[in-house]
Design a binder for this molecule. Structure first.
Ligand SMILES: NC(=O)C1=CN([C@@H]2O[C@H](COP(=O)(O)OP(=O)(O)OC[C@H]3O[C@@H](n4cnc5c(N)ncnc54)[C@H](OP(=O)(O)O)[C@@H]3O)[C@@H](O)[C@H]2O)C=CC1
Ligand SMILES: CC(=O)[C@@H](O)[C@H](O)COP(=O)(O)O
Ligand SMILES: [Mn+2]
Length: 394
């Protein structure tokens, strides 16, 4: 029996289909049309790209930001000879796409806090969830993991490090785990002296040394906030403490992460820096798809390097580690403050070193809620956004 005979078609929703992860996911679907069928696509503002995706993948439902853009999408699809999908907009539409009856798996790949409610809706509707949107777990890890448990939903990690850790945990007993070694590229400023940070421009930060990704996560990589968010993500996905997650700077991004066991063995997952592997694994687990990816050329690489992160040069990592330990609403505030500070930096409103400075101020004045429910998390998120917007202006 061939692999395609064995596996029935998996019906997918992609939340964030026009982004970097969304497009890579569609690349996997394009390669394996017998195994995956697109039922719904959700984007925000990229109408032309979305219209092309609709014509190629024929979803039944498409969602965009607002009514005006829904009209523009409808107009863009008018000349197409393919069937016209149902078009929705806004939060109601995103949650509908996440819960469609015909859908088996939701790929959660919007950027930022916008991913939380649709991902939660998918969990409550007992869909399989392939999770790229790390902000969901950063904001509401305890609540999301509890709901996933109660609904029998396993969150399949897409984030490359978490996919690696998940793979390194296979076939081993959790009681034998010593620690997680979470790798970080170190970003574009790893070797840039701190004195130069004041004059760094968004375009400098948008040039990632090893990965091709959306703007927000690329800036997060440059401040090492991405690694901080990933520490929080790993804590919830793998039920470990912040102290059990060691960040290891590895500039080549070949070792995607490692797991150390109590007998001193370390198991690592390696591959070229391309998200297709992690996305496909989340979509097809426990099978592996014949993706045709190259294996790393070890002779050309010659050596792999590992360094300790510099927390003084990159305070965002230390702030996230602290928020991870403090729990309550601190991680939600960290996340929201970071989103607004990153946007302010991209808009040339603040300088690069102000990103951690503003986030730290915001965390310091926050009055946390212990064991927050969804409403308290969303309130903390809104409060932090307002705080940073005002602070960035002054
Ligand atoms: N890129 C990568 O390699 C990796 C990404 N991730 C995570 O995956 C997620 C997506 O990242 P990435 O693909 O790089 O991001 P992109 O910026 O490339 O794409 C973001 C996607 O989300 C949509 N979107 C943006 N804002 C909203 C909103 N307010 N409501 C609904 N949809 C919205 C965009 O729509 P539109 O374009 O139509 O405006 C787009 O489809 C992030 O959480 C990131 O941390 C994790 C690991 C690796
Ligand atoms: C591809 C991926 O998973 C990103 O999160 C990546 O890890 C970013 O690189 P940094 O290690 O520089 O944050
Ligand atoms: Mn990652």
């Amino acid at each position: 029996m061939s692999l395609s005979d064995k596996i029935r078609v998996k019906n997918l929703t992609i939340l964030g289909s026009t982004g970097s992860i969304g497009k890579s996911t569609l690349g996997v679907v394009r390669k394996f049309p017998d195994q995956f069928k697109i039922r719904a696509l959700a984007a925000h503002t990229s109408i032309d790209a979305l219209a092309e995706q609709v014509v190629e993948f024929l979803p039944e439902l498409v969602v965009v930001r607002d009514k005006d853009l829904a009209g523009k999408l409808s107009t863009a699809l008018q000349g197409a000879s393919t069937p016209h999908p149902y078009i929705m907009y806004g939060e109601e539409g995103y949650q509908k796409a996440a819960t469609l009856d015909s859908v088996d798996m939701v790929v959660s790949s919007m950027v930022g806090a916008a991913g939380l409610l649709p991902t939660l809706a998918a969990i409550r509707a007992r869909k399989q969830v392939a999770l790229a949107n790390k902000e969901t777990l950063v904001m509401a890890g305890a609540l999301v993991m509890r709901e996933a448990r109660e609904n029998g939903v396993k969150l399949m990690p897409i984030d490359s490090e978490h996919s690696a850790i998940f793979q390194c945990l296979q076939g081993n007993d959790r009681k034998d785990l010593d620690k997680i070694l979470l790798t970080a590229s170190g970003g574009p400023f790893r070797t840039v002296s701190r004195e130069k940070f004041e004059s760094l421009k968004p375009e400098d930060a948008l040039s990632h040394p090893t990965w091709d990704m959306g703007a927000k996560i690329t800036i997060d990589s440059s401040t090492l906030m991405n690694k901080g968010l990933e520490v929080i993500e790993a804590k919830w996905l793998f039920d470990v403490r912040q102290q059990d997650i060691q960040v290891v700077v590895h500039p080549q991004s070949i070792v995607h992460s490692m797991v150390a066991y109590k007998d001193g063995s370390v198991i690592a997952q390696l591959g070229v820096p391309d998200m297709a592997g992690a996305i496909a694994y989340a979509m097809s687990y426990p099978d592996r798809l014949p993706l045709g990816q190259p294996i790393p050329d070890f002779f050309a690489l010659g050596s792999l390097e590992f360094f300790e992160p510099d927390l003084e040069k990159f305070p965002c990592l230390a702030l996230a580690q602290q928020a991870c330990r403090d729990e309550q609403t601190y991680p939600a505030v960290l996340n929201a403050a970071n989103e607004i500070a990153v946007q302010a930096f991209l808009d040339h409103q603040i300088r690069f070193p102000q990103i951690p400075q503003l986030i730290e101020k915001c965390l310091n004045v926050h009055t946390p809620s212990a064991r927050p429910d969804l409403e308290q998390i969303l309130e903390a998120d809104a409060w932090a956004r307002d705080y940073i917007k005002q602070a960035a202006r002054s």
